[in-house]
Design a protein around this ligand. Structure first.
Ligand code: IVH
Length: 775
């Protein structure tokens, strides 16, 4: 056996295996682009060694074998595949071959999108749908008649008249992007299987032995040709499709006729630019010789027609190797693993690294250094590591290990802890995140902390960009956010790139930021896990910086959307000495949070005594028992001192026992007393009976979403004004959305709102509403 022969056998075996996974199991293990490459390599080797071609080579047949559970269907006219063009030159070569074959100077082509679904044959006898079949291996497929009949846009009988007695139409069954999202969301909700992409979802839905499941899936059909037929329909391909449409069959809305290959290239470019906006996924376009006589003349070549070609878009998944894993230090000290990759082009962009998010993700992927991985880049989304190709793992692959010391400052790296409180006990488990303990002594964290501090949604210091922050930190002028407010113009002037005017502007901008809202100030501090929304909740409910600083974690968990972990992070942040110092310095240097006031009335009213008891999570003391205790006792103080008889009057023995045991622990006793004291200090109402929270703000309880562009005000301004009226402003539309404000350029959110029947306002209507509520 020569080298070529060995490789040919190897490639065939691999392609067969991949075909089986792709076509039969719907579980592709490599990206299409990689499959195509193996296929082209095999084809090239076979072309160089024609004596080695065998009838069972993947180049000589289409797809895999049919699933045995469905009845088998023979295709009278084989269902073929298409050759691929990846580069412009491939298409020009195809066109040259066509023109030479037809001895014609300019050949007209039909242009169609290449839908990413699965090929299906529909047989109509006397206008009635009698059979639906999958492609299978091209000559035999599966009988899926019952399933295709459930697809909404497949006509069960043809419209009009004049159709051939026997008419087999061919096309693609696929799932729209919106349908796919909806299906996955619904599946996730019931804990069912979710799909990796619309193609897999369509295949998995159509190949259901239970057609009721198929019926519940958002499948669609689109015709792209004719198979077996008792009499010719039209003398052009486009004519055929238009005739099919007149009989009620769905065809693409993107069909075009190109006068020559240049027209094809224009079509490819145009649709490539509009691709993201299409309702369905396409992986390229298909060009076919438009004249049917021309098609017949050219005929077929083994696997594919000589008269058609698929011009594929650049792949958005690629294989590459993990050269190493670096650890980056973020603003909160989180040490994040980033895969350093053998640079690879994915959808036209060179990708050299990809975030691995955290060590849980590293474990989930099972990735090791040296591994071959699948990288995906979808649209503008940052590249992601999708999967490890484990059978390509080299012998010397090494595990990914978190460094024990920070790569930037050398401080220790600690694993974060997850705190769970249940039945009065705290259990601490290991978190996925590792953190450098260096805080502001770590240059990486200091830079990031300051970039965050001055950012638009935080202190909003105009013109203080990342580069300048770097200069300020590296020159040693700024060692904490508070140092910004003691900067002198001469110091800035001494930095590279600054002149008289620019240095004065910077100082002025810093000065102008001295009066942030309380929420912005809290957000700017960069407390781990405290984003803009949580900062707003803290400011709105507690009303003052002092209260936020001293609030006990237990009390913080009363606040909407604050759980034990976030409460712990907040408490921990304000306990740390250097954080306290920075805050003191900021205040001393003239930074004054605005709009401080009382504890929010609604919040005060919602903090009940029975609620506090329930929060202690004493074993056997649920909400009911807590309610009973709150009726009998007026305070934690009393509860702690209660004698056995009093407790037994309120509770069954086991629960009473449990309360006594709980308060016999000094630490718990003190924590409960401190929480009670703080609730009183903060002026909470001390209602024993839970009251329904209500608000007199006009939009209280409503969730609004903004989309598209607004002209008279920025999105942030609109958001602020809506929030001032009590609305919550969310980023995405769901069934819970009350109103969508849609400006020009609104896209998928508007479509989703319309689909869900959510109210939609334009900018003028929003203005009218805001004006109506301004006093
Ligand atoms: S024509 C003989 N047209 O692509 C021509 N195929 O790679 C056979 N496909 O099996 C196919 N959109 O599943 C054709 N407009 C289109 C298509 C299309 C998607 C799929 C189809 C086919 C595969 C070939």
């Amino acid at each position: 056996m020569n080298v070529d022969e060995t490789r040919i056998l190897e490639l065939r075996q691999q392609l067969d295996e991949h075909n089986y996974r792709y076509y039969v199991l719907d579980e592709p293990s490599i990206p299409d682009a990689e499959y195509d490459r193996l296929f082209r390599e095999l084809k090239a080797l076979e072309e160089a060694n024609p004596n080695l071609i065998t009838p069972d080579s993947p180049t000589q047949r289409v797809g895999g074998t049919a699933l045995s559970a469905f009845a088998t269907v023979r295709h009278e006219v084989p269902m073929l595949s298409l050759g691929n063009a990846f580069e412009e030159q491939d298409l020009l070569d195809f066109d040259r071959r066509v023109r030479e074959g037809l001895e014609d100077e300019a050949v007209q082509y039909s242009c169609e999108p290449k839908l990413d679904g699965l090929a299906v044959s529909l047989l109509y006898q006397d206008g009635q749908l009698v059979r639906g079949a999958t492609r299978g291996d091209g000559s035999t497929g599966e009988d899926i008649s019952v399933n295709v009949r459930t697809i909404r846009n497949v006509p069960l009988k043809l419209k009009g008249k004049g159709w051939p007695a026997t008419l087999e139409v061919r096309g693609e069954v696929y799932m729209s992007k919106a349908g796919f999202e909806r299906l996955n969301a619904a599946q996730a909700e019931v804990g069912g299987k979710t799909f990796a992409n619309p193609r897999n979802a369509a295949a998995g839905s159509l190949r259901q032995l239970d057609s009721k499941i198929t019926a519940s899936r958002p499948l669609e059909f689109c015709c792209y040709g004719i198979g077996q037929v008792s009499e010719d329909v039209s003398d052009t391909h486009i004519g055929n499709l238009e005739q099919l449409r007149s009989w009620g069959l769905p065809i693409s809305r993107e069909l075009k006729v190109a006068a020559n290959v240049q027209g094809c290239l224009d079509y490819y470019r145009d649709i490539g630019e509009r691709r993201q906006g299409l309702a369905y996924e396409i992986d390229g376009v298909v060009f076919k010789v438009n004249r049917i006589a021309g098609q017949r003349e050219l005929g077929f070549r083994a696997r594919e027609p000589r008269w058609a070609i698929a011009h594929k878009f650049p792949a958005s998944e690629e294989l590459t190797q993990v050269l190493g894993v670096d650890f980056q230090v973020g603003r909160t000290g989180a040490v994040t693993p980033v895969a350093r990759l053998q640079p690879v082009k994915v959808a036209g962009v060179t990708v050299a690294n990809a975030t691995l998010h955290n060590m849980d993700e590293v474990a989930r992927l099972g990735v090791m250094i040296g591994d071959t991985v699948i990288i995906r880049r979808a649209g503008d989304v940052i590249p992601q590591v999708m999967q490890v190709v484990t059978d390509r793992r080299p012998e010397n692959a090494t595990a990914v290990e978190v460094p024990s010391h920070c790569p930037v400052c050398g401080s220790e790296v600690e694993r974060t802890q997850l705190i769970k409180r249940s039945k009065g006990k705290q259990t601490i488990s290991e978190g996925a995140v590792y953190r450098c303990v260096g805080r502001l002594a770590c240059a990486a964290q200091l830079k990031q902390a300051i970039i965050h501090f001055v950012s638009r949604r935080a202190m909003d210091v105009d013109g203080l960009g990342d580069k300048i922050v770097e200069q300020l930190v590296e020159s040693g002028l700024v060692k904490s956010p508070a140092d910004l407010y003691t900067l002198a113009q001469e110091q800035v002037l001494a930095l590279e790139g600054f002149a008289e005017v620019s240095s004065r502007n910077l100082i002025n901008a810093i000065d102008a930021s001295r009066q942030p809202t309380l929420a912005r100030f809290v957000f700017a501090l960069g407390i781990p896990d405290v984003g803009e929304e949580t900062a707003k909740v803290l400011a709105r409910t507690l009303g003052s910086l002092k209260r936020i600083q001293v609030a006990q974690p237990l009390l913080l968990t009363y606040l909407p959307d604050i759980g034990n972990e976030v409460a712990y992070e907040i408490g921990h942040f304000f306990e740390e000495a250097h954080n306290r110092t920075v805050i003191e310095q900021l205040l001393a240097r003239g930074v004054t949070p605005q709009g401080e006031g009382e504890v929010h009335a609604e919040f005060a009213a919602s903090t009940t005594f029975d609620g506090l008891i329930a929060k202690l999570e004493i074993p056997y003391v649920g909400p009911g028992a807590a309610q009973k205790l709150s009726e009998k006792f007026a305070s934690i103080e009393q509860l702690v001192q209660a004698d056995w008889l009093d407790l037994r009057q309120a509770l069954p023995e086991r629960a009473a026992e449990s309360v006594r045991a709980y308060f016999s622990d000094q630490g718990r006793r003190e924590q409960a007393l401190a929480a009670e004291r703080q609730l009183r200090d903060f002026g909470m109402h001390w209602a024993s009976v839970r009251r329904e929270a209500s608000s007199d703000l006009p939009l209280a309880g409503q969730t609004w979403v903004l989309t598209g562009t607004l002209e008279s005000l920025t999105r942030d301004q609109a958001k602020e004004q809506l929030e001032a009226l009590g609305a919550k402003v969310a980023g995405s539309v769901s069934a819970k959305t009350h109103t969508l404000v849609a400006g020009p350029g609104a896209g998928s959110k508007l479509a989703k709102a319309q689909q869900l029947g959510v109210a939609v306002l334009d900018e003028a209507a929003l203005q009218a509403l805001l004006a109506g509520h301004s006093r």
